[in-house]
Design a protein around this ligand. Structure first.
Ligand code: PXG
Length: 285
């Protein structure tokens, strides 16, 4: 059976969920999106995702076709229509239909697309054995270019880094910024554990302000860990006791190798596993 897709102002059958080839989301990657989890029928951190969507839109001067309350209502209707208990929602707002040519001002109305489905980023055994990653040569977007804080439909910067990883039979790459500091992974935020303390690059290093990251920082502090947001170098990754990534799709996943160097004991470390367990319990509570 096909999905029910939210398109602009109503639910339509998957087969009828079609958009114009003149949509600037398609022509120029001009738009914003969110990826959101549903756990036990409840949308996880819904307000934070809606707020980030509207902030991304504001940063690219995309006028949202509806207000936050209405958008929230559309999303909940889509989740309900697809009987989603555990799943993944992709909420997309494009610049809308325009003419050929960059000018976004000719696009009359932003287009809303909401897909409620499922996602599996990494197989279960990677959570047990850990992820192997590389340092990408592709630098994270400069903050004066497309700000890494905007969750835009233009993911080429991250896709190029992801390809570097895939070329080496790995699933993730760490991206560095123009100063040489760790920014983030291609679709996840980065954490390092060293001597019992937990570190993550500040958002200003060129990362998306991850919603999972914020939850994990909160949970780590509740568990009594010092969490420090400070710039990290490749050296800090190489000598880390533990590295883990956080994201909507990945949740909390340990990294056990980077650039051919083994991290810690070559298995997801104790603090990574503790935080994953705490996170799993938190999303179900
Ligand atoms: N950095 C980037 C560049 C991301 O795209 C994160 C960090 C983690 O943020 P959250 O708020 O999710 O903790 C993301 C999120 C996908 C997919 O389909 C990607 C993300 C989320 C969900 C699905 O690849 N990226």
């Amino acid at each position: 059976m096909g999905l029910k897709i939210w398109l602009n102002d109503k639910l339509v059958d998957e087969a009828d969920a079609k958009v114009s080839v003149f949509d600037h989301g398609l022509l120029y990657g001009d738009g914003v999106f969110e990826g959101i989890r549903v756990y036990s029928g409840k949308v996880f951190e819904l307000k934070a995702h809606i707020d980030r969507l509207y902030e991304s839109a504001s940063a690219i001067r995309l006028k949202m076709p509806v207000d936050r309350e209405t958008m929230t209502d559309y999303l909940l209707q889509t989740v309900a229509a697809n009987n989603l208990d555990d799943g993944y929602v992709r909420l997309v707002v494009t610049r809308g239909v325009g003419t050929l040519g960059l000018n976004p001002l000719v696009c009359e109305k932003g287009q809303i697309i909401i897909i409620a489905a499922t996602i599996q980023l990494y197989p279960r055994e990677i959570y047990e054995n850990g992820l192997k990653v590389i340092s990408a040569n592709t630098m994270r977007n400069h903050p004066l270019a497309v700000s890494p804080q905007i969750k835009s439909l233009n993911y080429l910067n991250n896709i190029l880094a992801k390809l570097e990883a895939l070329d080496r039979d790995m699933l993730e790459a760490i991206m560095y910024n123009h100063m040489g500091y760790v920014a983030e992974a291609t679709g996840d935020n980065v954490f390092v554990v060293r001597a019992g303390k937990v570190y993550s690059p500040p958002i200003s290093a060129g990362s998306l302000e991850g919603i999972t990251r914020a939850v994990v920082i909160k949970l780590a502090r509740e568990l009594g860990y010092d969490v420090l947001e400070q710039n990290l170098t490749r050296y800090d990754l190489y000598v880390a006791d533990e590295i883990f990534l956080t994201g909507t799709a990945a949740e909390v996943i340990g990294v056990v190798e980077i650039d051919g160097r083994t991290i810690g004991m070559g298995k997801p470390g104790p603090i990574t596993r503790e935080l994953l367990a705490k996170f799993e319990a938190y999303v179900r509570q």
